[in-house]
Design a binder for this molecule. Structure first.
Ligand SMILES: C[S@@+](CC[C@H](N)C(=O)[O-])C[C@H]1O[C@@H](n2cnc3c(N)ncnc32)[C@H](O)[C@@H]1O
Length: 325
C-alpha cells in the first residue's frame, strides 16, 4: 500500500476507484492477485487455492491495510478449480452482488462471481482505455474482442462518432450494453455485433470470409468498410468457427485484416497479453505484416501500463502498441 499511495492518489484524482492492490508475481507471492473495484475487493489465486484460514488472514490484512469498508470475495482460478465454480471455496454472499466501480469517472458493472472467470473489467488495460478516450473525438471505432465493451465505452465517452463492439459472447456484450447505459451512451452510436471477430473483420477488410467453415455456417454479412481506429485485443488462444486465434503462432492472421480495416492514416491499437512473447519480436512481426499488406506502419508507439502492474525489467506481459498505418 505504501508503494501504491502516489498512484492511488493520481487515480483518485481522475475519478478511478479500481486498481490492482497486490500483483503477486512481481510483489512477492506468485499466483495471488488482489484487485479493488470500488466497494468490492477481489482476491484471486492462479496456482494453489488458499485454505480457509489463509483466506481469512488475507481478508483481515486487507481490512487493516485499506482502511475503508469493502465487500470481500475470493476466487480460485488454477487447475484445481475443475470443480463447479461455486464449490471452489465457501461462497460469500458478496460474490454474487453487482457493484458499480469507476474509472476516469466512467462507471462499470462488476461482480465477483458470474458465468465466466475473468472480472468484467481488465485493470491492466486501463492505460489503453485512457488513450482511446483521449483520442477518439469524431472517430469511427472498431472494438474487436470487445468483452464487456470497456474500450467501446471510453471511445464513445471520448466523442467517437460511431463505435462497433464485436464479440462472440452474447453474455459479455450484454454487460457491455449495461456499461454503456450506466454512462448515458446513446444506443444509436454504440453498436453490438454478436459474431466471430475473424468473420466480421475479414469481411470489413474486403477479404474472403468463407474458408473451410464459412460456407457451412450462417453468419452476419458486412460490406467492406474502414474505421479511423481499430482496437485489437484478442485472447491468447481461442477456437472460433472460421479460424483459431493464436497470439503466439499467428498474430498476422488478425493484424493484417485489422490494418486493412483501418482508414489510410488511421490507427490500429494492437495488444498481446502472452508473457512469453517479447516486445521487439512481436512488433517486428507487426511491421513486416503491415508492409506485406501494402500498408506499412508509419509510426509505432507503446502504451505503458500503470504502476499497479509492476513488471520484471520493464517487460510487462500485456504489450499494447499504437500503429499508424
Ligand atoms: C481478452 S478478452 C478481450 C478484452 C477486451 N478487449 C476488454 O477491453 O476487456 C477476450 C474476448 O474475446 C472474445 N473472443 C474470443 N475469441 C473470439 C472470436 N473468435 N470472435 C469473437 N470474440 C472472441 C471472448 O468472448 C472475450 O470476450
Amino acid at each position: 500500500m505504501e508503494r501504491r499511495t502516489p498512484l492511488i492518489a493520481r487515480l483518485a484524482a481522475e475519478g478511478t476507484d479500481c486498481y490492482r492492490v497486490f500483483h503477486g508475481i512481481t510483489e512477492g507471492l506468485p499466483g495471488l492477485t488482489v484487485d479493488r473495484y470500488g466497494g468490492l475487493v477481489l482476491a484471486q489465486t492462479f496456482r494453489e487455492p488458499l485454505v480457509p484460514a489463509e483466506t481469512e488472514a488475507l481478508e483481515a490484512a486487507l481490512r487493516a491495510a485499506l482502511g475503508m469498508p469493502f465487500a470481500f470475495a475470493y476466487n480460485h482460478r488454477g487447475k484445481k478449480a475443475a470443480e463447479p465454480f461455486e464449490k471452489w471455496h465457501r461462497p460469500s454472499p458478496e460474490a454474487l452482488v453487482e457493484f458499480v466501480c469507476s474509472e476516469g469517472g466512467l462507471k462499470y458493472c462488476i461482480r465477483a462471481r458470474h458465468r465466466g472467470i475473468d472480472p468484467w473489467l481488465f485493470l491492466d488495460l486501463r492505460a489503453g482505455r485512457r488513450y482511446v478516450r483521449s483520442s477518439a473525438k469524431g472517430l469511427s471505432v472498431l472494438n474487436l474482442f470487445s468483452y464487456t465493451c470497456g474500450v467501446g465505452v471510453c471511445a464513445a465517452a471520448g466523442g467517437a462518432s460511431e463505435v462497433w463492439n464485436v464479440d462472440f459472447a452474447a453474455s459479455s456484450l450484454e454487460v457491455g450494453e449495461r456499461n454503456a447505459a450506466l454512462n448515458g451512451i446513446p444506443a444509436g452510436k454504440f453498436r453490438q455485433v454478436n459474431e466471430d471477430c475473424v468473420t466480421v473483420l475479414r469481411q470489413l477488410a474486403g477479404l474472403s470470409s468463407g474458408g473451410r467453415y464459412g460456407q457451412k455456417r450462417r453468419y452476419q454479412r458486412f460490406e467492406p468498410r474502414s474505421f479511423d481506429l481499430v482496437f485489437l485485443d484478442p485472447p491468447a488462444w481461442a477456437k472460433g468457427p472460421l479460424a483459431s486465434v493464436d497470439l503466439v503462432r499467428d498474430y498476422p492472421s488478425l493484424f493484417k485484416p485489422a490494418v486493412m480495416a483501418a482508414k489510410p492514416g488511421g490507427r490500429v491499437i494492437a495488444a498481446n497479453n502472452v508473457g512469453s512473447v517479447d516486445y521487439d519480436g512481436w512488433t517486428e512481426v507487426l511491421r513486416r505484416c503491415a508492409a506485406k499488406a501494402g500498408r506499412p506502419i508509419r509510426d509505432l508507439r507503446p502504451i505503458e501500463p500503470d504502476g499497479d502492474f509492476p513488471s520484471f525489467d520493464g517487460k510487462p506481459p500485456l504489450k499494447l502498441v499504437i500503429c499508424e498505418v
